[in-house]
Design a protein around this ligand. Sequence first.
Ligand SMILES: Cc1ncc(COP(=O)(O)O)c(C=O)c1O
Length: 390
Amino acid sequence: MMEGALSRRAFACHLGTALGAALVVPSFVQSLTAVPPPAPRQRVGPGDGVIRLDSNENPYGPSPKALEAMTRSQRVAARYPDSLEERMREALAKLHGVEPDNVLLGCGSSEILRMADMAFLGSGKNVVVAEPTFEAVLAYARVTRAQRVKVALTADFRHDLDRMAAACNEATGLVYVCNPNNPTGTIVTRDELVAFLGRVPQSTIILVDEAYHHFVEDPCYASAFEWLGQVPNLVLARTFSKVYGMAGMRLGYAVGTKENIRAMREHVLSNNANAAVLEAGLASLADPGHIPQQRKLNNDTRHWLCSELERDARRYIPSEANFVMIDVGGDVKPVIEQFHRRRILVGRKFPSLGNWLRVSIGTRRETQAFLAALREIVPTRAKVASGRAA
Ligand SMILES: Cc1ncc(COP(=O)(O)O)c(C=O)c1O
């Protein structure tokens, strides 16, 4: 399987074949990898009865205020969105206690990861990442011809920051820390992060991706924003795709020193954030109730799912995000295909965790449907034993 955010899209191509005419996944943007474009397929979308638990989206969508703002954006649709961009950078700067020049907008945080690779990698450089983690940084690194250094997770599926710091040398342009990590949902603790920030050479950019920050409950976690003013080689990435429910609208951002943000901006597509998403993003930031509400909806359902998994005596990785990894006891690929035949999309295979299924947290009803299907597709040992006895 190809790597990348990208790979989610490439994966969609493979999936189309697996599903035949029965079901077609959304037409993701064509991959930048060497995967050929998908053959034309039947399109599916809202109301098609498909349960989408494959991309860690927020099933409840944007805040009502953001939806209103998108409608209002008709008024500005005819104009280039420069002043909205400015307002968004100002709003984000205020949120994080920095200046607008410390903020860079992206077409999703995917573009932020790409710009970081373009700015800080290249031939003769290397990038250090955990394995497995969100693959976009690696996929874009390949374009820059940088060498890719993967450091296995610890036995409890967490970043091995000691080994990642040790792997950084004078040729390391970027070290990527995904906190919480996709696909495991595990966190880097505050103490681990502090030690790591002190150990990585100043010549290496530390890119901390906090796409799932808002879902974290573990008190040992801390956002790397705490150290932004003290660690000049630190760059943070955040997104409006997860807790804000706007994955389809495409908005993310980076915060870092003016110098690093300037270096990344060299690679930006001008006006990469459209007027509608900027209006919606500004309205989301001004809606204080949205984040706590979405966090509670997600986390209540995640806790419920995990308690059911425990009841079934299944092995899963305790998660702080909006997805959970479940051990299916064998190759996950046929399991994924069986879910698809039932019109439930689940996460792709992560080769280094080939027996594990990643499921995104949906609504309670969607998550119940997932669990019922899981119980049929991968019966628990207890169930298999009782079935045999009968
Ligand atoms: C850790 C992580 N970072 C970044 C992204 C990219 O998200 P987006 O481009 O929608 O902001 C994702 C998407 O799933 C992700 O899991």
